[in-house]
Design a protein around this ligand. Sequence first.
Ligand SMILES: Cc1cc2nc3c(=O)[nH]c(=O)nc-3n(C[C@H](O)[C@H](O)[C@H](O)COP(=O)(O)OP(=O)(O)OC[C@H]3O[C@@H](n4cnc5c(N)ncnc54)[C@H](O)[C@@H]3O)c2cc1C
Length: 385
Amino acid sequence: MALKNLNIVVVGAGIGGLSAAIALRRSGARVRVFEQAAELTEVGAGLQISANGMAVLHALDILPQGEGGPGLRSAGTVIRDCRSGRAVTVMPAPEAGPTYYFHRADLIDLLRKAAERLGVEIVLGQRIMSCEIVQGGARIEMTDGSAQHADLVVAADGGRSLLRRGLVEEEGAPRFTGQVAWRATIPWGQGEADRRATLTMGPGRHVVTYPIRSGRELNIVAVEERTDWREEGWRHRGDATELRSRFAGFGGDVADQLGAVTDVHLWALFLHPVALRWQDGRLALVGDAAHPTLPFMAQGACLALEDSWVLAHCLAHATDAASGLARYESARRDRAQRVVAAAAANARNFHFKTPMRQLAQLGLSLLGPRIARRYEWIYGQDVTR
Ligand SMILES: Cc1cc2nc3c(=O)[nH]c(=O)nc-3n(C[C@H](O)[C@H](O)[C@H](O)COP(=O)(O)OP(=O)(O)OC[C@H]3O[C@@H](n4cnc5c(N)ncnc54)[C@H](O)[C@@H]3O)c2cc1C
């Protein structure tokens, strides 16, 4: 199907929305992106993009500075014990290809600039209130009362997607996982000397760190089990002193790194079902809107990139929009479901209490590299081929 002159509206300018806009525009569509935020800013936080996500970034041709653009090439992951800081094992980089560490703001900026270069119109400060299927397309309503017509709508409006609610009725409510993630970045003087991530395991807690921005900053994600949380959402501002006291049992480098945190945000981690339905012939879900993913496999953004590529490909190779969207849904649903399940299963693997912790660490020290290979099916998928 020729996408030329097809009028597509994308809702949301996150990694899913911007990458979908680029992929669809490159296939010839006219694309407008509506984003509720007045500015495209990201709180200080890193993002690991594994080979499956990098394949899409390369195919979309958005990495200007060669191999990984502003991403830092990972050299694997060291797993450490929380009290002593002792290395338990080293997980090598996946065989499928290296992972890259990005600052989110840098990746969003690259995507935004590429979209604008291609002629995508990005409208900020416009919240979409509803989407209704009408003769020949869809009618979307904005907060300011105005309405827009589109031949197709891509809902990339994130884990609490409004448009998903209009598409899929009767879904189970999201469930609090009992885990909260603290996120911060700190200045880092070590440059690219050590390009490994560190996963430090403790009872009921773990901390992941990795360098970003050529090693000038260190990204910190500290996850703890907690029952006193009800509200789902992004960007709750946290208190650095509280973070330090909650992770007081962590010695070695982690204690020093947490000591340098000044600005920190909190995410309560909720488990959502993968959408039962991803499209209705005029509207398609992309990224977290279709499959919010716990961060324990670092795959949410990677899946969003894969979705975007496959969506544009299916539409460009279909006879009409409805069959293209149906093909997109069937190409993506099983994979998303498997990755979401793998991330959920990994949720408590790093939190064993003694004596299970010693046993788990012994298992990891013996089997570490083999365990890493269990996930090659995730990293080895190249949807652009
Ligand atoms: C702690 C943590 C660590 C993570 N680490 C990784 C990692 O290392 N690697 C990885 O691949 N993934 C990671 N993820 C997951 C990843 O961040 C998400 O999966 C990804 O950002 C989803 O992108 P998205 O574009 O689908 O949604 P979002 O990034 O949520 O974007 C949705 C956009 O839509 C806008 N919007 C919402 N509603 C409306 C509306 N009605 N009208 C207009 N605009 C609207 C929002 O403002 C937002 O800009 C992590 C997540 C967490 C919580």
